[in-house]
Design a binder for this molecule. Structure first.
Ligand SMILES: Cc1cc2nc3c(=O)[nH]c(=O)nc-3n(C[C@H](O)[C@H](O)[C@H](O)COP(=O)(O)O)c2cc1C
Length: 413
């Protein structure tokens, strides 16, 4: 048997066998699905958000999904127009209790969304009584029909603080506040959640977006009987935005709360990126919608192999390590400049680097039409690396760094 690294984490005082969790969505909709996810190896599940029928009329439109395809690459992002669960609360509470009975060592996080203080309190108590380990407060669904629900609450730090406090007073369970990315600065809202008593922050929920338009009838997608809306966007396309928010949260000295990262995680490398930016726990939806629960096997194996290779004994050794390198752009040094280096052997003579450098950079690439080889005019190169990024050949263009104190090169804009 191959050696496995210790992937266990302690998040909000709760031990997870690994950091990988389902995020709240249809991937964790009922007991049968969640059982299969636990069996596949997921360390925890954030159950599909619960609400009370008396407060919300849940609208589940059809069709409710639209994909963002780019070139011939399918599913680089996903737009959904779904709300919280439309299953009866009694069925979901029964399922949560059943899951905890059958899987006592797996972690179950109950995601809740109230409308009034009483709702939040009732949902917290019901979840705790059913055996949930942690509560996640959904302050972030972008398509709730109610004015005082979902991401509208998550944009109002007074409401976030007040509802978090209500939940903390109603239950002894640790509380995660789930943030909306539909806001410029997440920190004041996360701090409001902390003031209300939150034990952790999760981010991100989906980004409000429009993915596509049917040019035959001028209707954005999903086309819901002739209408559409800007609704939640997720998947690989949102990962850079999610990484920025997670890094902001981790770097905030005033916040200082553990983070559960969500947004475009599909592989162990995605997972590692978020750990390096400060996440302790990781959640996934779109990757599972696309590939199924089985992706967790590769995530566990990949992260475990990486840790063994690097002699990393615990994930705590790497959490937040990349944030040490993140500074304000005003602190960048200009003393060192890079210059592109083209490997003539690998150059296929397509001229892409030349075109991009001509029209989008500093006209530093020369192209010989006879030999069909590109070369670098080092005097003109400002080291933006556009040529390297557009080159279709992996590793054809690299770069060297020069100390501008001694060199004749300098940016010539
Ligand atoms: C179809 C769908 C339904 C979702 N429903 C919920 C929900 O009920 N509660 C919630 O907190 N987040 C919900 N989300 C958001 C996800 O939990 C997650 O925050 C988001 O999709 C980003 O992660 P991903 O890129 O791994 O999908 C939903 C996402 C999708 C795609």
């Amino acid at each position: 048997m191959t050696k496995k690294a210790d992937l266990s984490i302690n998040f909000c005082g709760v031990k997870f066998e690994n950091p990988f969790c389902l995020s709240s969505s249809p991937v964790g909709n009922h007991a049968e699905m969640c059982s299969r996810a636990y069996d596949a190896g997921w360390g925890g599940i954030v159950y599909k958000t619960l609400g009370l029928e008396k407060s919300f009329k849940v609208v589940m439109p059809s069709p409710r999904l639209s994909v963002y395809n780019y070139g011939n690459k399918k599913f680089v992002g996903l737009q959904n127009a779904e709300q919280i669960t439309d299953r009866p609360i009694k069925d979901n509470i029964r399922d949560i209790a059943l899951l905890k009975k059958n899987y006592p060592n797996k972690i179950l996080i109950s995601s809740i969304m109230g409308y009034t203080d009483e709702d939040w309190s009732e949902l917290a108590k019901m979840s705790e009584d059913a055996g949930a380990d942690i509560l996640e407060l959904n302050f972030s669904c972008p398509q709730m029909a109610h004015k005082s629900a979902g991401h509208r609450v998550g944009q109002d730090f007074h409401a976030v603080a007040a509802f978090t406090e209500v939940v903390k007073k109603s239950s002894k369970l640790p509380v995660i506040a789930k943030m909306t990315p539909n806001i410029t600065d997440m920190i004041p809202v996360a701090i409001a959640a902390k003031e209300g008593g939150a034990d952790a922050i999760s981010a991100i929920n989906t980004i409000k977006a429009i993915t596509d338009i049917d040019i035959n009838n001028f209707t954005p997608l999903p086309n819901i009987h002739g209408h559409s809306a800007a609704t939640g966007f997720s998947g690989p396309s949102v990962k850079p935005v999610a990484m920025r928010f997670v890094s902001d949260l981790y770097n905030s000295k005033d916040l200082n709360l553990p983070i559960s990262a969500i947004g475009g995680i599909e592989t162990w490398i995605d997972a590692l990126h978020f750990l390096l930016l400060g996440a302790t726990n990781l959640q996934v939806t779109t990757g599972i919608l696309r590939y199924g629960y089985r992706i967790v096997e590769d995530m566990i194996e990949g992260l475990s192999d990486f840790m063994i290779e690097r002699n990393i004994k615990s994930l705590n050794e790497i959490i937040g390590k990349a944030t040490e390198k993140i500074v304000d752009p005003s602190e960048f040094t200009t003393r060192y400049q890079v210059i592109s280096v083209i490997d003539e052997e690998k150059c296929i003579g397509c001229g892409q680097c030349y075109i991009s450098c001509q029209d989008g950079a500093n006209q530093a690439i020369k192209f010989d039409p006879k030999t069909r080889k590109a070369s670098v005019d080092e005097e003109r190169c400002v080291g933006c690396l556009l040529c390297k990024h557009v080159c279709p050949v992996w590793d054809c263009i690299s770069y060297k760094e020069v100390d501008t104190k001694n060199a004749k090169h300098a940016a010539i804009f």
